[in-house]
Design a protein around this ligand. Structure first.
Ligand SMILES: C[S@@+](CC[C@H](N)C(=O)[O-])C[C@H]1O[C@@H](n2cnc3c(N)ncnc32)[C@H](O)[C@@H]1O
Length: 348
């Protein structure tokens, strides 16, 4: 380890010089002896440092670090400090961050330690201004869930950035999952320059807006039934300054006729029911189109159930279907997983 050794009397001057030249190693501590101060420096060329020290009376020396500066405490260390071993081991410690809002598990999974957990999360993530706890599972056709306020500002409006876009929404009134960020980026990268893309079950617009932003010459149709999610999607379209998304409020099964035969690509991010909407896909698909279908499936059967249904619906609608890609998206619960199947349909 390299140090600059200097007399007490010149120490301040040399320190300033090292800081100005960005040579001071702030991760190691300064050492002292009765007559010298030792400043830790980053390992760089000896000639450069010698030149810098010329005529100053300071010199370059090798030495062992006295002690490294204390590492920042980890999330688990901080949490262990405010819980008993039993509480720590039994409580649900995972959380999601949607910009300014952190979401923790239902209170009954937190061993009465929700405030402590929230405090630790807010210390680790200074951008988090509010911590809310899940009130139950995702339910209903709008796929929403209840939340209760735990700590910080009493606010349920998230402002969340993902893949270069920004989304605002009330976490209680619209579905949003940051766990789909990779999928949104994957699909966005597959879209071609002037494609026409339909996003069914569009929510507050993340798939549609990310695609539109990266492909300004593409045309994106985004269909959403939940009025709040639809309103937020409109605001998010404006917020991200995308001009190529047409938002439609309504049921995927009642898409306006003018969008029949519209799409080169169709994204169907509604895993609880997407196979029930398979016929609507053929109404808006061109003679050839690529579909990205998200579904919950049993782990053991994986894609086989879904691909069977895809084939059945293609046949019924006089199309051929060819599976291009499958991927496990997120674990769901007890043997069920969310998966995506990418497939091409071609009119017979
Ligand atoms: C699982 S969420 C997906 C939201 C969004 N694509 C995302 O990635 O965040 C499904 C969305 O479909 C909407 N929805 C449910 N049934 C619908 C229907 N029949 N037609 C259109 N949208 C529907 C829900 O309100 C919800 O916003």
């Amino acid at each position: 380890m390299q140090y600059v050794r200097v007399n007490e009397s010149s120490a301040e001057k040399i320190k300033r010089k090292l800081l100005r030249s960005a040579l001071f190693d702030s991760n190691r501590s300064v050492k002292h002896s009765p007559s010298y101060v030792y400043f830790p420096i980053l390992s760089i060329s000896r000639n450069r440092i010698k030149k810098l020290l010329e005529g100053s009376g300071a010199s370059l020396v090798e030495g062992k670090p006295e002690r490294t500066l204390q590492k920042r405490k980890s999330y688990s260390d901080m949490l262990k400090e405010v819980t008993t071993k039993k509480q720590y081991e039994s409580m649900s410690r995972s959380y999601d961050i949607l910009g300014n809002i952190a979401i923790i598990a239902k209170r009954d999974k937190l061993m009465g330690k929700e405030k402590e957990l929230a405090r630790v999360i807010m210390r680790i993530h200074p951008n988090v201004k509010t911590v809310v706890a899940k009130g139950g599972g995702i339910s209903g056709k709008f796929r929403t869930r209840e939340f209760s306020h735990v700590l910080g500002k009493r606010n349920f409006n998230a402002v969340y950035k993902e893949n270069g876009c920004i989304f605002g929404f009330d976490v209680r009134k619209a579905f949003f999952s940051n766990r789909l960020a990779f999928e949104r980026s994957r699909i966005t990268r597959l879209v071609k320059e002037k494609e026409k893309v339909a996003v069914l079950f569009a929510g507050v617009g993340p798939f549609a807006i990310e695609i539109a932003k990266m492909h300004p010459k593409a045309s994106v149709l985004a269909v959403e039934l939940n009025p709040h999610a639809y309103d937020m999607m409109k605001e998010n379209i404006a917020l991200n300054k995308v001009k190529n998304v047409t938002a439609v409020k309504g049921d995927v099964n009642r898409i306006p006729r003018k969008f029949y035969r519209f799409a080169d690509r169709i994204v169907v991010p509604m895993p609880t029911a997407s196979t029930a909407f398979l016929d609507s896909i053929f109404r808006i698909a061109k003679r050839t189109a690529v579909v990205h279908l998200y579904s919950f499936v049993k782990l053991e059967s994986m894609s086989s159930d879904v691909t069977k249904r895809i084939q059945e619906h293609a046949k019924k609608n006089n199309y051929r279907a060819k599976v291009l890609f499958t991927r496990k998206v997120t674990p769901y619960s007890h043997g069920d997983i969310e998966m995506v199947v990418d497939y091409r349909i071609t009119k017979k």
